[in-house]
Write a protein that binds this ligand. Structure first.
Ligand code: FE2
Length: 292
């Protein structure tokens, strides 16, 4: 008999300033380590005001992690030190495995009306893969399947599987599920998550009940789920949208400095000194897999 995943904790996202002065909301980050293992950080950078984001995230390095950018509105223009350039447009996903090292910039741009926004999740890499060759999996919105899982339940499957439909982002170390779930008023969604995997929901719009003892929870909150075999969510009287994310914990030590996350301080010091001396980049042009 599989168990329902009850609510372990509800965290309110908190205002933070990142990059060159981007105002965003952080659902979790450094302070929560290692509670969300294998996940490290989730930022919600939705905004109506270009002054809050136009400075962007100029050149910075990453090593030892994957960054997952999911745009909801507007776009992010990105460029890296290996000569890759591209646009993550509305509804698109960029799953970037920094591995041994990428230096890049990410510059948010509005569409008409100034609205811009999305989410960036950091996924840790296991020690054995921290220095793997960098790669991108880039998926345009049109290639992300939207599944009518049951009445009033529409799921965008970015990674993982719903009703026999697999998401396009694959071959990842922590076997992640990354779902964008939209519920009509009153609709409920039930979904299997392997026992032992870490799972959370981040609430994008409206309110939902994740555990009857907890009552309904409002948008802008992170719902950390206890272990179990399945998740159940019911929308209130308005539409409800949330991300459901799960992955296999690594259980390894974490040494974190800014955008670089390794297993120990010696590896961090190596990364920082390599960055300063210009020997940070180990690989040639990162492989981009454009899902078509
Ligand atoms: Fe970055």
């Amino acid at each position: 008999m599989t168990r329902l995943r009850t609510v372990e904790q509800v965290l309110a996202s908190r205002p933070t300033i990142e990059g060159a002065g981007v105002h965003l909301r952080r659902a979790f980050g450094h302070q929560q380590v290692p509670r969300l293992d294998p996940f490290l950080l989730l930022d919600d950078f939705r905004s109506d005001n270009p002054l809050e984001y136009e400075a962007g995230f100029p050149w910075h390095p990453h090593r030892g992690i994957e960054t997952v950018t999911y745009m909801l509105d507007g776009r992010v223009d990105h460029e890296d030190s290996m000569g890759n350039r591209g646009i993550v447009g509305p509804g698109d996903v960029q799953w970037m495995t920094a591995g041994s090292g990428i230096v890049h910039q990410e510059m948010p741009k509005p569409l008409a009306g100034g609205r811009m926004g999305g989410l960036q999740l950091w996924v840790n890499l296991p020690a054995a893969h921290k220095m793997m060759e960098p790669r991108y999996q880039e998926v345009k919105e049109a290639r992300i399947p939207r599944v009518e899982a049951s009445k009033g339940v529409n799921v965008g499957v970015i990674s993982g599987e719903v009703a026999g439909v697999k998401g396009p982002v694959r071959d990842l170390m922590v076997e992640p599920q990354y779902l964008d779930v939209r519920l009509s008023p009153g609709a409920s969604f039930q979904h299997a998550v392997p026992e032992g995997h870490r799972a959370f929901a981040y609430l994008l719009e409206g309110r939902g009940t994740y555990d009857e003892r907890q009552g309904s929870i409002d948008e802008g909150h992170l719902v950390l789920l206890n272990d179990g075999g399945f998740v159940k969510v019911q929308a209130d009287s308005k539409p409800h949208r949330f991300l459901l994310v799960a992955g296999k914990p690594l259980g390894e030590p974490i040494a974190w400095w800014g955008p670089i996350v390794m297993n120990n301080n010696r590896e961090l010091e190596t990364a920082i000194s390599e960055y300063r001396s210009g020997t940070f980049i180990k690989a040639g042009k990162a492989k981009a897999t454009e899902k078509a």
